[in-house]
Design a protein around this ligand. Sequence first.
Ligand code: IMP
Ligand code: MG
Length: 171
Amino acid sequence: MAVTPLINETQIQERLAELAQRIEADYAERPLTIVAVLTGSLVALADLIRRIHGPLRIALVQASSYRGATTSATTLVINETFAPDVAGRDVLLLDDILDTGRTLATLVEHLKDRGAASVRTMVLLRKIGRQVVPIEPDYHGFVIPDVFVVGYGLDYNDEYRHLPFVGVLEP
Ligand code: IMP
Ligand code: MG
């Protein structure tokens, strides 16, 4: 399958620099915990955190959706083995892409239930036209059309995550 470049390395790095500056200003030396959603947000996480000056912790969560066998309802199973206590902390939840919005919305509620003092959200990409759950990310890198993208953390069958740019996967 071919990958047609959509957002190049320079564009991504410049945008992350802008967002890092905004995050730094918004949190103004308040200790921040970035909770990154595995595995897609890892590349953005690594590039973003090196641009944020100020007290910062990192945590990781995994969220997998399962389609019920007898119903069409999807359940999101959250694994937080690598998420230390977020109680009382200001949390920034980071994901690779906002598609239907289910992952982000569910995780925000989960982190609030765990006692986070505040929860903001950031996505590298925001796909237009697919959102089911109303949630507005506090920070987003790029708005993209309803196409399937890979690279810079995003995968198809766990491949293509290592591409340094975001591209459209064409069959
Ligand atoms: P949501 O819960 O529907 O918003 O789904 C978000 C998750 O779906 C992301 O964390 C991605 O893993 C996956 N996803 C959605 N769209 C794409 C895409 O275009 N490429 C790769 N993964 C995607
Ligand atoms: Mg994902």
